[in-house]
Ligand binder design. Sequence first.
Ligand code: SF4
Ligand code: SF4
Length: 275
Amino acid sequence: MAREGNLEAPTRHPLAWTEANFWDETRLESELERVFNICHGCRRCVSLCNAFPTLFDLIDNSSTLEIDGVAKTDYAKVVEHCYLCDLCYQTKCPYVPPHQWNVDFPHLMLRAKAVHFKRHGVPLKAKILSSTTTVGRMASIPVVAEVVNAVNASGVGRKLLDKTLGVHPDAMVPAYHSRTARKRLRHAKAEGTATPAGRTHGKVAIFATCYCDVSLPQVVDDLHAVLIHNGIPTRMVMQEVCCGMPKLELGDLDSVRAYKERNIPVLAALAREGF
Ligand code: SF4
Ligand code: SF4
């Protein structure tokens, strides 16, 4: 029997999304009930995000003060608040595998999101906002970027954004840059002699991410400058697409797989070159 909490890394089981049981709504519901009940008895994660307070409020406001007093239709309210940061699994939970209770809260939330996505889909606005590669490419075209930034900075533009894409008028929205990180650093060739350090070969290929590429290119520029200053051969990953996180948060696993199939060969080739 595994001990409750220890200093060993948890065992993470792969998401079983290719198995039929994964998509079975009755099984999902009973697994949600099982894990929610364990969390109710534990409550360590109450401060991590809004998923746990939502769950505990549902239980505390129910007629039985237990998980059986919560309507199953309300489980989605908990799932909605999880943004899959993995903090509860990685840092807090003493019941992760190999513990026999086998609690993997983020994977369970992801499963619930995936089942919901498959059954109900998501609104067009969620699809647009999560298509960060496409949106970033379009919004970072010279002149278009300036127009988009001006509209996003105006009261009228923010009202429009609220009405069309559901972006709250007070929410921070990123600026777009036409001089993207990949444009700025396309000539970076990772020249020089790499000095292996530990298990690494001492060479770096930067996976910029959509956000840093088009909205925070200075961060990538700075990172590159620091690495070069320290004698570390550095280049960009030039053919990357979205890492898939926005689609993962929607439970759109097919899109995540499509991105993975484009990114992994590029990254694997770089890894074989010693990056
Ligand atoms: S993985 Fe989800 S439930 Fe866990 S801390 Fe992050 S947001 Fe909260
Ligand atoms: S995820 Fe684990 S640590 Fe967090 S409330 Fe649930 S049982 Fe407790």
